[in-house]
Design a protein around this ligand. Sequence first.
Ligand code: ZN
Length: 244
Amino acid sequence: MAVPLHLLASLLVFLLMVDAGRLIPCLHIVCLMESSIVLFGPPGAGKGTQAGRIVEATGKPQVSTGDMLRAAVAAGTELGRIAKGHMESGGLVPDDVIIGLIKERVKARDAENGLLFDGFPRTVAQAEALAEIAPVSLVIAIEVEDESIVGRITGRFTCGGCGSVYHDQFRPCEVEGQCDECGGSDFKRRADDSEDTVRARLSAYHEQTSPLALWYEQRGLLHRIDGNASIDEVGVRISKILPE
Ligand SMILES: [Zn+2]
């Protein structure tokens, strides 16, 4: 029995459409995704605040691998289960898990404007992997001298009563030893904020990111921003190099 020609033609059109449907998401990732931005800086350099401003100015959603890992673990995805095993045994989550999460993230609809990567990549190997996944057009390194960071972090203390945050130098209590907000006098300093801990974190940071900065510098993507200024001034410096 002969199949009518118009049925064959309809079938062909249908198959082509299915194929196009498969192709479009792929094009969307590889070709249509706008350039992403990478932001790095030492702990205590005000990276979080500046990241928020970059998101506002560029519309590129912020991607933090820490948040992505927590979300994947909470959602119980396969990558989340693998990550959880490493986190519970106190080990580092391997690169292929992190890269896998980023590969998923760039497929989301809001990634077509490009993304703001915060705290990723941390190593040259990760930067090489990222280059295969998402085009990066700008890398911002906020630079603050170690001495200044140590001063910023070790001076912090919080009110045990209401949680207000103070700083020996930058935001002291109006009346020494008494919280401005609740009048309490029970102040706490985090053990994380001790000078030795901060110095250890800084030296790990320098060891890790120096090669990364060089790698991006050689590709003409690195912009060093002097972070030794007020939050607003640093924000203005960054806004001058952001893409339109
Ligand atoms: Zn208080």
